[in-house]
Design a protein around this ligand. Structure first.
Ligand code: DX5
Ligand code: ZN
Length: 224
């Protein structure tokens, strides 16, 4: 699955498996796809870049046969440049990395593209938005974090909404195909706010995998 199969006008749901049952990941991932979620969000944490450890390419490769969704990796790791090939081999279709990580951003973008994947760039809530603006026309997706990265289940940071509008406005001028993703505290209410500001790819962990009425209702709640 390639990101070019999706239009930036389309609302896309990317369930974060961080909120799934880790003892039953394969059936959880299968159910997410059957609930019509187009992407699958894979939060990779190294315990250094963020104070939490999740999973890596070994787990991702085992999940790949269980879903036809676009595999959307979010690397919260210090040295993304050392692992791009491994993530490509594991079945990732898209890789987003952080501008704060210890790397040359343009080189990592080129590396991701050279492995046939689409590239995304993101930033922590405390990092100035100017840091990513030079790359808006170099990537297929920009991720605006709406919580401090590291953990699921946190509250949406309303201050981040303005960033979505800034990137959308710039993208309309220089990269109309750009997808704008948001991640953290996205639920039925906040999804409306971010969509109005110009985001089209919505990551949801808690509101998707732990929705009391199930994943299909979650998909509808988040996209309507
Ligand atoms: C946080 C992760 C998110 C997280 C979102 O570092 O990047 O993807 O799983 O979780 P919720 O939707 O529960 O806020
Ligand atoms: Zn994420």
């Amino acid at each position: 699955m390639k990101i070019s199969a999706f239009k930036p006008q389309e609302i896309i749901i990317s369930p974060s498996i961080l909120a799934a049952d880790f003892a039953n990941l394969a059936p959880e991932v299968k159910s997410a796809y059957e609930a019509d979620a187009q992407f699958l969000h894979l939060d990779v944490m190294d315990g250094q870049f963020v104070p939490n450890i999740s999973f890596g390419p070994g787990v991702i490769s085992k999940l790949k046969p269980h879903s036809k969704a676009l595999f959307d990796a979010h690397l919260m790791i210090c040295h993304p440049q050392n692992y791009i090939e491994e993530f490509a081999k594991s079945g990732c279709d898209h890789v987003t990395f952080h501008i704060e990580s210890d790397c040359n951003a343009q080189e990592v973008i080129d590396q991701i593209h050279s492995h046939g994947m689409s590239a995304g760039l993101t930033l922590k809530p405390g990092t100035p938005i100017e840091s990513i603006l030079p790359y808006v026309d170099k990537v297929e997706m920009v991720l605006i974090m709406t919580v401090e990265p590291g953990f699921g289940g946190q509250s949406f940071m309303h201050d981040m909404v303005e960033r979505i509008s800034i990137v959308r406005k710039l993208a309309d001028e220089i990269n109309p195909n750009l997808h704008i993703q948001v991640d953290g505290g996205i639920n039925k209410e906040t999804s409306k706010i971010v969509r109005e500001a110009g985001a089209n790819v919505l990551v949801a962990g808690t509101a998707f995998f732990r929705h009391p009425e199930g994943m299909s209702t979650a998909k509808i709640d988040l996209s309507s």
